[in-house]
Design a protein around this ligand. Structure first.
Ligand code: AMP
Length: 220
């Protein structure tokens, strides 16, 4: 089975790589950031609760995130697997995930902060369909417009410098402890996330092709 989670700071390329891997392996791509942004856009009760928290760059409270993840995983039914992009992000989320499904691989994206800041400053997104571009490395065909639907591209609210600082801090304080958590179980695969998307995709493929290491404990 390919039950995979991606861990890494904002801007590490998790979303791009999750899209590539899910297409290749024909597995579901579950991005909590995308699900939350969709809830905000649709003004659902969950979206209304999450909106200002996300704009500030903070993590949305665990119970809210768990609710949407559990629902999405249930709705997958029998499948080849999934790639979780941006989840889990706290120890509480990782422990709750254990009660829902085991994982086969956890890929940790390693990247210097300097490269992250460069990438995020150049990142633009389509507010309508969610497509992501990079002004330097993956520009749209027509400047400033989405290739898919022609909508004007925007800098994500939480890619602005102040929210970004908060997001990086949240990653260091709340998500980094998960590296040790999954390493202890023999599930962690560290990859170098610097380079072109296709180069990084090769590393992701290699990291998720092997079987869990000797330290892997059976899951409940
Ligand atoms: P992302 O697109 O993954 O960078 O997520 C954007 C924002 O959504 C984050 O900065 C958080 O506010 C929120 N978010 C996404 N995933 C999670 C999660 N697993 N736990 C808490 N908040 C999340």
């Amino acid at each position: 089975m390919n039950r995979i989670a991606f861990l890494g700071p904002p801007g590490a390329g998790k979303g791009t790589q999750a899209e590539i891997l899910s297409r290749e392996l024909k597995i579901a791509h579950l991005s909590t950031g995308d699900l939350l942004r969709a809830a905000v856009a649709a003004q659902t009760p969950l979206g209304e609760q999450a909106k200002s928290i996300m704009a500030a760059g903070q993590l949305v409270p665990d119970p809210l995130v768990l609710e949407i993840v559990a629902e999405r995983l249930r709705s997958l039914g029998p499948s080849n697997g999934f790639v979780l992009d941006g989840f889990p992000r706290t120890l509480a989320q990782a422990e709750s995930l254990d009660g829902i499904t085991p994982l086969d691989h956890v890929v940790a994206f390693e990247i210097p902060e300097r490269v992250l800041l460069e990438r995020l400053g150049a990142r633009r997104q389509c507010p309508k369909c969610g497509s992501v571009y990079n002004l330097k490395t993956l520009p749209p065909r027509e400047p400033g417009r989405c290739d898919r639907d022609g909508t004007e591209l925007v800098l994500r609210n939480d890619d602005r410098p102040e929210a970004l600082r908060t997001r990086l801090l949240a990653y260091h304080e709340q998500t980094m402890p998960l590296l040790a958590f999954y390493d202890r179980r023999g599930l962690l695969r560290r990859i170098d996330a610097v380079g072109e998307a296709s180069t990084v995709a090769t590393r992701v493929r290699a990291a998720t092709a092997d079987r869990p290491g000797p330290n892997a404990r059976p899951h409940p």
